[in-house]
Design a protein. Structure first.
Length: 367
């Protein structure tokens, strides 16, 4: 018998409640329907139920969405020799393989309607018939089903049998999305890293974990696993901070020294240094140097720094775009930015490209 804490990682309130449900149902023969978003770990839940049960057989898993419908019947129920082209020998199906154990049907919502009838019969009579056979074969199995779909909606659409739904929905278990249990992320990182021993364990600092906890995780634990492996590849020997998570892991961008310099602009909106503002003599006077701002508080008590620097950005970007007639690459060069960085800033600040002068037309009305 397994230890549930070794199978299901986390100590959040929702996970502790989930563990209680699993403990309650594991030792019974009750059919379980595991529901949850893609990537939440529904198969892990089925394994926990099986390992905490007293069934001596093995856990047999079938993904109903991954097997073509014309092959799924043979996969589940087996077939007799010669029952169809290519059936050169008799083969036991997954029901027979799960005899004495647990059958886990993942993505049950994708099972074709004709097979749903056969599954319902197997559940009610605890016997199956192989494809091309007439013999009734008794099977002793515990059924666990899983889906990320709304089965009730599929029933309304005529795509799922209501009697089968009521037969498999005896003990429903809802798996929470990762975003609702972000407190478990450090434990999950530790556990997943231990499973991928061929790669270096990523070292997230406090800000890195905070960034991970703020993310929405549409792919749930499966996506977190990918991010951890990505971190091991990109940052094998360094601490991973919030910027690394945001810029390099969640967006799959290889760290770049030049990018680090440009991120300083985003973080502090810093102005150019005096050396970078070397202008022709005739243009020196109209352009204020950053040091002039030292006199600001001689005349004013406050300044909205973020807004002021944003306004400076907007004015300079619009001026560069106007000068280059909307040519972003040239404008980026004039601003000493990467083209991609300028595009991101334009989106962030809602700056539109001006139309080239050649595209502008003037309608002159002649009386």
């Amino acid at each position: 018998m397994g230890n549930i804490d070794d199978i299901i990682v986390g100590k959040s309130v929702v996970i502790e409640e989930l563990k209680k449900l699993i403990y309650a149902v594991a030792k019974t023969p009750t059919t379980v329907l595991v529901q949850g978003e893609t990537g939440t770990g529904k198969e892990v839940i089925s394994r926990a139920i099986h390992e905490l049960s007293e069934r001596k057989g093995k856990l047999v898993s079938v993904n109903c969405a991954a097997i073509p419908s014309e092959l799924l019947e043979s996969e589940l129920f087996g077939h007799e020799k010669g029952s169809f082209t290519g059936a050169e020998k008799t083969r036991a199906g997954r029901f027979e393989q799960a005899d004495g154990g647990t059958l886990f049907l993942d993505e049950i919502g994708d099972m074709p309607m004709p097979l749903q009838s056969k599954l319902l019969r197997a559940l009610e009579q605890r016997t199956i018939q192989r494809v091309g056979g007439n013999d009734e074969i008794e099977v002793d199995f515990r059924l666990i089903c899983a889906t990320h779909q709304n089965i009730e909606s599929k029933i309304d659409e005529g795509l799922f049998r209501s009697d089968l739904f009521y037969r498999i929905n005896v003990f429903p278990v809802q798996v929470p999305p990762l975003a609702s249990r972000a407190v478990d992320i450090p434990d999950l990182v530790e556990a997943i890293s231990a499973q991928t021993q061929s790669l270096a364990k990523p070292n997230f600092d406090e800000t890195g974990f905070m960034e991970l906890s703020k993310y929405s995780w549409p792919g749930n634990v499966r996506e977190l696993r990918n991010v951890i492996e990505r971190a091991s590849v990109l940052f094998p020997d360094s601490n991973i901070n919030s910027k690394n998570v945001r810029e390099n892991l969640l967006r799959l961008k290889v760290p770049d020294r030049a990018d680090e310099q440009e991120l300083l602009w985003d973080a502090t909106a810093d102005l150019a240094t005096e050396e970078e503002l070397q202008l022709p003599p005739e243009m020196e006077k109209p352009v204020p140097h950053p040091s002039h701002y030292k006199q600001w508080f001689h005349y004013f008590d406050t300044i909205d720094l973020r807004r002021h620097l944003r306004d400076v950005e907007v004015v300079l970007i619009e001026a560069a775009l106007e000068k280059t007639e909307g040519m972003v690459s040239q404008a980026a060069s004039n601003l000493k930015l990467r083209r991609t960085t300028l595009i991101e800033k334009m989106k962030k600040l809602m700056i539109e490209k001006p139309l080239p002068k050649s595209d502008l037309s003037i309608d002159i009305e002649i009386d």
